[in-house]
Design a protein around this ligand. Structure first.
Ligand code: SF4
Ligand code: SF4
Length: 86
């Protein structure tokens, strides 16, 4: 899902963050390969299904949504858009 964060809206530079439901992730690596900024990586740990889940490196997301659209697992990735100052 690509969602706006539940916060006040301001004009400004686009940025965001993502959340991963790690037990929905199959560790295919599509989003890792497709993020244009290289912000995703597969974790060393295993999830409940025995896959290495993707993890966000923690900053720099521009909320482009590419990882969401490249993911074959509905609900594994949620992208949030923020505005400058949030
Ligand atoms: S929304 Fe875009 S910039 Fe952010 S993690 Fe996904 S692919 Fe990378
Ligand atoms: S594309 Fe989806 S299933 Fe594949 S590693 Fe990324 S979050 Fe996991």
């Amino acid at each position: 899902m690509v969602s706006e964060a539940p916060a006040k809206q301001k004009a400004g530079k686009k940025r965001g963050f993502i959340e991963v439901r790690e037990d929905e992730c199959k560790g295919c690596g599509c989003c890792v390969a497709d993020c244009p900024l290289g912000l995703l990586q597969l974790a060393e740990k295993l999830n409940r299904m025995g896959y290495h889940p993707v993890e966000y490196k923690g900053e720099g997301c521009i909320a482009c949504g590419i990882c969401f659209y490249s993911c074959p697992e509905p609900g594994a990735i949620t992208v949030y858009m923020l505005e400058e100052g949030e």
